[in-house]
Design a protein around this ligand. Structure first.
Ligand code: URA
Length: 198
């Protein structure tokens, strides 16, 4: 089994789909190799693409606040994404607009998160949003229906998993409902934390 540093070096050269062409760099996962929780998001955003680290832009800042509220230390987590290159299209001026990765791109990238999980063997995998949840658990998963429950390992996914919303979904929520959406994310994260502390 490959080490995380070997995987990171190999992923830096990844050309398994076309997304590497327009991205600045591969954004691999980061965190302790013995983390008990791995969190998987969708894909790096503009800031992550430039910095080369996951969850350092606006969604990452919201995630940091939610982790604080759930008393989870970000530095104890291994944070990664289902897709390791930023997919974007040009907006007005210099703005790079996030594009959702398609099924083939998600599938092409699966070998990386699978290898990350095999290297880390976490107690729990937290899936942030539909792209990560469906990449790992299959297309039948629905975030709003299935969130906040610890799911048993299966033959395909030999780890316990918990689905919750993506932090950017909280950012997109109408202002009047945003606090409630944030609190619901924190509730799910607390379930994750309490589960691994048991
Ligand atoms: N959104 C994600 O899913 N991952 C990141 O790293 C940043 C934003």
């Amino acid at each position: 089994m490959a080490s995380i540093s070997r995987l990171r070096a190999d992923a830096a050269e990844c050309t398994r789909c076309e997304l590497f062409r327009d991205a600045t760099q591969t954004v691999f996962g980061e965190g302790p190799v013995h983390a008990s929780i791995v969190m998987i998001g969708e894909q790096p955003g503009d800031k992550e693409d430039l910095d080369g680290r996951p969850f350092v832009g606006p969604a990452g800042h919201l995630l940091d606040r939610a982790l604080d509220a759930a008393a989870i230390d970000r530095h104890a987590l291994y944070l990664t994404n289902a897709v390791k290159h930023f997919k974007w299209k040009r907006g007005n001026g210099k703005v790079r607009l996030h594009q959702k990765p398609n099924r083939e791109e998600v599938r092409a990238c699966a070998c990386w998160w699978q290898a990350e999980l095999d290297a880390i063997k976490p107690s729990l995998v937290v899936l942030l949003g539909a792209t990560a949840a469906q990449a790992v658990l299959g297309p039948q998963v629905r975030v709003t229906r299935d969130r906040g429950q610890v799911r048993a390992p299966t033959e395909v996914v030999p780890y316990e998993t918990l689905v919750t919303v993506h932090p950017s979904a909280v950012l997109r929520t109408r202002p009047a409902e945003r606090d409630a959406a944030f609190d619901a994310l924190v509730r799910d994260l607390r379930i994750a934390a309490e589960h691994v502390e048991r």
